[in-house]
Design a protein around this ligand. Sequence first.
Ligand code: ZN
Ligand code: ZN
Length: 336
Amino acid sequence: MKSVVIEQPGELVLAERPQPQPAPDEVRVRVTFASICGSDVHIWHGHNPFAQYPRVIGHEFFGVIDAVGADVDASRIGERVAVDPVVSCGHCYPCSVGRPNVCKTLQVIGVHRDGGFSEYAVAPAQNAHRLPATIPDKLASLVEPFTIAANITAFLKPQADDIALIYGAGPMGLTAIQVLKGVYGVRQVLVVDRLPERLALAQENGADRVFNNSEFPLAAQLEGVQPTLIIDAACHPAILAEAAALASPAARIGLLGFSGEPCSITQQALTSKELSLFTSRLNSNRFPQVIDWMEQGLIQPEKLVTHYFPLAEIARAMTLFEKDPRTCCKVILQMD
Ligand SMILES: [Zn+2]
Ligand SMILES: [Zn+2]
């Protein structure tokens, strides 16, 4: 089978590999569509501290179960599934409180073990979520990116009368806009980014007001409006201090960033307004919820997609995704 392998940092190859066999409690998926994420690019360039090499990348993927390991019901063969990349132990403290995404022995498919940019991939049977016929194959790999927004908003508990501010109109920011508008009915969703093309995409995805902070600071443009809910989906370490300064007293701030650089903020900036700070990593069992949102039409994954490429053009697809954020949002690979 053909697989996208990062042999070592900087070295991406489309390799011929043996087809994996499902272990007990695993299924094998014949992958048909997969989408590219920023973290795939980070593993390629050696910027993901958790990645081990060589690695088949890809953690956003969809396909059909074509084989099952021992102890898995063989009637699952033929099921259309989206695969949750979070593999957890099930019994450590975070697992016991419903937070498998920060399991003490967390393994992420496509990072710690081989992923879905491949004609076949194996995963624990419980990670393969059956999809209703109403979700088309070519959009089904986008369940995973929406689980990121599902996870952070579960902490933030958005209300219709919140004034929400989202930093960054990349894929994470856009899924957050859709979830705040479509699922929670937040009436005011404000979005800030430096690229006008991305801000136009934010509006297409439901943003009520957009701000370009490439020339003028956001504070001046907000004219005293104090957001009550802020999501940092731009993930720059400088954002937290600005967010705290702009926030309403009693606001909630959600962080998705993973930078290793320190961010500088005083205790006073947080405590004087009694701000609540939430961090969110990957997703904790959010696949069923997002599949339900898609089935109900509350979110529109097609609005994120700008390109489809065949697997053979993986290097071109990854480079476009990385270098051209003005024209490129979600890029989907077609395996056959
Ligand atoms: Zn991702
Ligand atoms: Zn665990």
